[in-house]
Design a protein around this ligand. Structure first.
Ligand code: TRP
Length: 339
């Protein structure tokens, strides 16, 4: 890298970039597995939190929904504690450079590698007609990350393969032209990464679960949260202990309680030894309501302030654009594009 890298490293915090598709409501698994960790990273890293609206159109989308969900997504993340005073919050389409860099990277990316992506194969199966953008998706994601020279990329398990492509492309660009990009590391949050459906506790909590009683949304009403937790599937054994194999429902409730109340699963087992499921579920519901109700209130407040949300996006995009311009200029020069 550049001669002054140690000096730069001492002066600057490492860079985090992560993205989320604007797909409507966040659920408890998204919160505990993602947003909650991102919030904590804001003091130790230079953070870019990007709403991936260009990724969203790789499958058919209704324009009005995309626009509304972009604002709603921003308001939900802000309600979870992502702070525009600390981090750049912006939409991908607002910054020039994502698709430009994606093009350059895609020219280095073997077609076969894109065709082998699990997510591409899964999503392609569900489409009548598959757009080239769906295949190209990981090149755009690599560009999102490399444009800011991110060191750390918080992602879910399902995005690990895309991060591998990003690392390959960073190395390939560096080798083909000259050292330019950091090779970014994934950050997979442990706590909460495995929050399961309350109704089918062997499957991850999901917004596409056909049984929506199993999914707690962060902006659900207190009543809805309580109802879903009180009717969570358990087992007939009656003891509150972890056993993912034989007691997936109770194990999941223990994880949820521990994460929501900020304690450990061991402490939860100790505290509820000998107690009944009814009493335990009520305690879980109380803990989740206590966690989520301030987030929901803050969301309700924010989502109606469209001008404020626009101002947040504008400021975030300006910050992002400054970095993007520098990277893109460097890349274009190295590739041999005339200025
Ligand atoms: N593909 C990611 C998802 O669907 C979203 C995303 C887009 C992303 N660009 C990114 C995540 C860059 C991390 C880094 O969840």
């Amino acid at each position: 890298m550049s001669e002054n890298q140690p000096e730069t490293a001492a002066r600057q915090k490492p860079v985090v970039l992560t993205g989320m598709q604007p797909t409507g409501r966040l659920h408890l698994g998204n919160y505990l597995g993602a947003a909650h960790n991102w919030k904590k990273m804001q003091d130790d890293f230079v953070c870019y939190f990007m709403i991936a609206n260009q990724h969203a159109i790789t499958v058919p989308t209704v324009p009005a929904d995309l626009r509304r969900n972009t604002y709603s997504c921003l308001a939900q993340y802000m309600a979870c504690g992502l702070d525009p005073a600390k981090s750049a919050l912006f939409a991908q389409s607002q910054v020039i450079g994502h698709t430009e860099l994606a093009w350059v990277l895609s020219c280095l990316c073997p077609l076969g590698q894109l065709e082998r992506m699990t997510q591409f194969k899964d999503k392609a199966k569900k489409q009548i007609s598959v757009g080239a953008g769906l295949l190209y998706y990981p090149a755009l994601m690599a560009a999102d990350i490399l444009l800011y020279n991110a060191h750390v990329v918080p992602v879910g398990e399902d995005q690990k393969q895309h991060l591998e492509i990003t690392r390959d492309l960073a190395e390939k660009f560096n080798a083909t032209y000259s050292p330019t990009f950091n090779v970014p590391e994934p950050f997979i949050g442990e706590a909460g990464a495995r929050i399961m459906s309350l109704q089918t506790p062997t499957a991850k909590m999901s917004k596409s679960d056909p049984n929506q009683a199993g999914t707690v949304y962060i902006i659900d009403s207190n009543d809805a949260i309580r109802k879903k937790i009180m009717s969570a599937v358990t087992d007939s054994e009656g003891s509150i202990r972890r056993d993912p194999e034989n007691k997936p429902g109770v194990t999941n409730l223990i994880s949820i309680y521990a994460a929501a109340a900020g304690t450990t699963p061991e402490a939860v087992e100790d505290a509820f030894a000998g107690k009944g499921y009814g009493e335990f579920k009520k305690a879980v519901a109380d803990a989740v309501v206590a966690l989520l109700s301030p987030i929901r209130d803050r969301y309700e407040e924010l989502v109606s302030q469209k001008d404020h949300l626009d101002a947040v996006l504008k400021a975030g995009a300006e910050t992002a654009q400054r970095t993007a311009n520098r990277t893109l200029a460097k890349v274009y020069r190295k590739v041999g594009f005339v200025s």
